[in-house]
Design a binder for this molecule. Structure first.
Ligand SMILES: NC(=O)c1ccc[n+]([C@@H]2O[C@H](COP(=O)([O-])OP(=O)(O)OC[C@H]3O[C@@H](n4cnc5c(N)ncnc54)[C@H](O)[C@@H]3O)[C@@H](O)[C@H]2O)c1
Length: 263
């Protein structure tokens, strides 16, 4: 069974007038979709960031052309490098007169049996996926607290933070860490009016992911979903926009599964 993808839902000005920073925004997946959705939902300014310079320039140009939004900026950065994180947040703060919404999208995965895992691979995945999210969250919280006008952070975890899958011990551990980070940081940020939540997507297929995993595995993962298909990146971005908007004003420290399979 494969229940068809629904029609693309038009924007509803959910984040009208807000400024948005998205990490890992130059790929073919959730990051760029979130930036596109942010424009459609009324954002006044958006900073796209990514580690890949060439793709980032193209992504900025594409978003400007498609959205008609003049305030679209790009800043190259690696979320695993503290100096890059500081420079990125400083750039976003200055160019957009403060960041209202941070979307921590960056995460890195590989496939490896634990018994074959070298420390280097384990650390690389943890460093981008968990430590990168921590670095961005920590610095953004500091800046939002000092600025005093509140804000929202949306992290991107994964259902693998809850579920078991072979060859994913490093990535799953990192995503479980992102969930715990989200819950604990939210408790600290509430007093300065910053909400922090996370989405936990199951599977979003895009060309870059198709290159990194076997067709058999991807087909098996899709078949486990009640809808018999992967999510579109924009279906995850929609939930991010809900969490970024005032519609989720009573939610903080929550992990929202974007999945049609439980367990
Ligand atoms: N695709 C899925 O099935 C799926 C499922 C669950 C969770 N996620 C999570 O969603 C997020 C987005 O993944 P996606 O697959 O939609 O791809 P995406 O297109 O949103 O992100 C890929 C981009 O990340 C950039 N990137 C990689 N390392 C970086 C770093 N250290 N600093 C900054 N940018 C970096 C790449 O250059 C690339 O442009 C990730 O955190 C991923 O773990 C994805």
């Amino acid at each position: 069974m494969n229940l068809k993808t629904p029609e693309y839902v038009p924007g509803h000005d959910l984040i009208k007038g807000k400024s948005v920073l998205v990490t890992a925004a130059a790929g073919a997946g959730i990051g760029f979709s979130a930036a596109t959705r942010a424009a459609e939902e009324g954002a006044r300014a958006i900073v796209l960031s990514d580690i890949h310079e060439g793709r980032l320039a193209a992504a900025v140009e594409k978003l400007q052309a498609e959205s008609g939004l003049s305030e679209v900026y790009g800043k190259v950065g690696n979320v695993a490098v503290e100096d890059d994180v500081r420079a990125l947040i400083e750039f976003a703060e200055e160019s957009m007169d403060g960041v209202d919404i941070l979307i921590n999208n960056a995460g890195l995965g590989t496939s490896k049996l634990l018994i074959d895992m070298e420390d280097e691979e384990w650390h690389r995945v943890i460093d981008v996926t968990l430590n990168g999210t921590m670095r961005m969250t920590r610095h953004m919280m500091k800046v939002m607290k000092a600025r005093g006008r509140g804000g929202v952070i949306v992290n991107n975890s994964s259902v693998l933070g809850w579920r078991a899958q072979k060859e994913q011990a490093h990535y799953a551990a990192a995503k479980a860490g992102v969930m715990a980070l989200t819950r604990c940081a939210a408790m600290e940020a509430a007093e300065f009016n910053v909400r922090i939540n996370a989405v936990a997507p199951s599977i979003v297929l895009h060309p870059m992911l198709r290159k990194s995993a076997s067709e058999e595995l991807l087909a098996e993962l899709e078949s486990k979903e009640a809808y018999g298909r992967a999510a579109e990146a924009w279906e995850v971005a929609n939930v991010m926009m809900f969490l970024a908007s005032d519609y989720s004003s009573y939610m903080t420290g929550e992990i929202v599964s974007v999945s049609s399979q439980r367990g």
